[in-house]
Design a protein around this ligand. Sequence first.
Ligand code: HXC
Ligand code: NAP
Length: 269
Amino acid sequence: MDLFREKALADKVVFIAGASSGINLGIARHFAAHGARVSIVSRSADKIASAAASLVADGFEAIGMAADVRDFSAVEAALKQTHAQFGPIDIVISGAAGNFIAPAAQMSSNGFKTVVDIDLIGTFNVLRGAYPYLNKPGASLISITAPQGTNPMMYQAHVCAAKAGINMLTKCLAMEWGAEGIRVNAISPGPIADTEGMRRLSPTSESDAALKSRLALRDYGTTKDIADTALFLASDNARYITGTVVECDGGCKLGDASPMAADEYVIRA
Ligand code: HXC
Ligand code: NAP
């Protein structure tokens, strides 16, 4: 498949969970622009209807349904409807997530559970729910994880635990489902500009500047950076890639590993 061809995903059916906004809606739009038929879901009926309407208004083939990823039967119903309307599913993106900043000592058990339920259990529900409806061999499943899945971060115990679980789930499903020609991978975005995720983690221009100084590439990524990575992983060009977490993160973990930000070193002339 030539990824640079205008309709590289023509006739492909894509199911995307958590696509009423942000990165996942960006992936939906990018895939639709490459010719895919996209089915998007999220919790809020209003938000997902308006996201789907915006795709249709741009001339794309898209449907939207409300489903809370914590509810397996709701996810199953959305997948069943997608299959009935569009046929077997070629590509699944599991990206629904929740986050807030909270020190572990002040986090309630339900606060921790809520994020693990949405991110990790929700991802199992989406991928397991999709299994009977996949077009195989050749199906590509992609979860959206985060740097928190490999690097511990302050006040992010819930997200770190949930995303680490997604990384391991990716590898286990890749092993179990590879024989049927199903590839299972994850993308780990770094800080992505103009997203709800970054509004919650970095609320001021000062915190943005401090964070950028710790990134190898010194800037936030865009939703298109993640959509391009997803397009590659979803395509046959990635036919021999499975069980991986692809980092599209501006080198943010390299920055985290350094003891000081670059600007804090004094270099002698
Ligand atoms: C402490 C909090 C809290 C906060 C909620 N809780 N917000 N605890 N600090 N700021 C606690 C509540 O008190 C409650 O526990 C429990 O969490 C569940 O809260 P609800 O509001 O009932 O949950 P729910 O309606 O299901 O909403 C889920 C949510 C919410 C995660 C809390 O923020 C949400 O809907 N988020 C979706 C959008 C989002 O987060 N997008 C960003 C994704 S970015 P108690 O004990 O009181 O019952 C991301 C990672 C980005 O995932 C990585 C960037 C590098
Ligand atoms: P976002 O716009 O808030 O996207 C989260 C999506 O999940 C929304 O569409 C939300 O829609 C949906 N959602 C939340 N709870 C749900 C539930 N229980 N069931 C179904 N859908 C649910 O945030 P974003 O920043 O673009 O993040 C998207 C993904 O990228 C997440 O997986 C996040 O962890 C990951 N990520 C983001 C960044 C970043 O810089 N932003 C970095 C690394 C990783 P509803 O409210 O309608 O349900």
